[in-house]
Write a new protein. Structure first.
Length: 317
């Protein structure tokens, strides 16, 4: 299976260099994959520089319109990609040597049409990127969710809410048929969840594969009131796009996680724990609306007294 790895890039030369090296080291046959780098307004790279890596690579330049929007570069990457499978990444992640192969094998062995999501390990500050096995990380909160409910996504009706486009793959034919990322989202967030929602509504199953792992290099996060405001604006657009689907409104349950008074920093363990019961509240809503019984294991994400977590952050249960 031929693969296109689509990476939007903007002013991350200190981090993307490590990612590029990890792509070069991947054990998937060179002739079977291509890197599509879409430089979004910066001028750090060129086709000549990518050619020197020995990779099959395409360099695309995009005029950047908004610092928080990655939709145009991703869609430009989709336009020029030639692979049978598209893998979407951010430019600040380091890949395992078997990364591409694991993406491909899951699609080939599943026997189903799927959108596959991998996991992201968030490196803590001051870690040695050459020693990934001994580095310290924050766990992907979705990994904790799937481990707790003992599921790869099967049976979850709100699985689309777990689609984050920094490590996903899908057959190119589905993207061509059902469309790429909706450029009606003009601020930060939710364009990847809407992409997942659209694919799920078209019968594409969303599955989580913990073997597909990326190491997210630490950098200071952009977190606060501006992010939440942008997310809420995008949320309004999402609800306008799907006015007849009440299950979509359940995404509002996640909005409080982005409240800057709660998410003071990216590394508040309580906030990461809170996202689990919030997601399951979404799942409960979706199951009720669909008239489906909720399995007991889905409720295991709640602590014995879940209101404690919410009271600690002055949040209403």
């Amino acid at each position: 299976m031929d693969v296109s790895i689509i990476v939007p890039y903007y002013n991350r030369n200190d981090l993307f260099g490590n990612q590029l090296e990890s792509i070069v080291r991947n054990d998937y046959p060179r002739e079977k994959f291509e890197l599509v780098l879409v430089e979004d307004g910066s001028l750090d790279y060129s086709q000549e520089e990518l050619d020197r890596t020995g990779l099959r690579a395409k360099y695309v330049w995009n005029e950047k319109k908004d610092p928080s929007i990655r939709i145009p570069p991703r869609n430009k990457g989709i336009e020029v990609a030639e692979g049978d499978l598209m893998i979407f990444l951010d430019c600040d992640q380091i890949l395992q040597p078997d990364f591409i192969r694991n993406h491909v094998e899951f699609h080939q062995s599943s026997g189903r049409e799927i959108l596959q999501i991998g996991t992201r390990k968030d490196m803590l500050p001051d870690q040695d990127v050459t020693k990934l096995d001994t580095a310290e990380y924050d766990e992907d909160v979705r990994a904790k969710l799937f481990r707790t409910i003992r599921s790869d996504g099967e049976g979850l009706l709100a699985m689309w809410a777990n689609v984050w486009s920094h490590n996903i793959s899908i057959r190119s034919e589905h993207v061509r048929k059902f469309g790429g990322f909706d450029d009606g989202f003009r601020h930060w967030g939710l364009e990847d969840q809407e992409f997942g929602l659209r694919m799920q509504r078209e019968g594409i199953e969303i599955r989580y594969n913990p073997a597909i792992e990326v190491h997210h290099q630490y950098h200071k996060p952009a977190w606060g009131a501006k992010i939440r405001d942008g997310w809420m604006r995008n949320c309004a657009y999402l609800l306008e796009k799907y006015p007849d689907d009440p299950a979509v409104r359940s995404i509002l349950l996640m909005g409080e996680i982005l409240d800057p008074s709660v998410s003071v920093t990216f590394r508040i363990d309580k906030v990461r724990d809170l996202s689990l019961p919030y997601y399951m509240r979404m799942e409960i809503v979706c199951h009720c609306l669909a008239g489906k019984e909720l399995e007991r294991r889905f409720l295991d994400v709640f602590p014995e007294d879940p209101s404690v977590l919410f009271r600690e952050r002055k949040m209403k249960w």
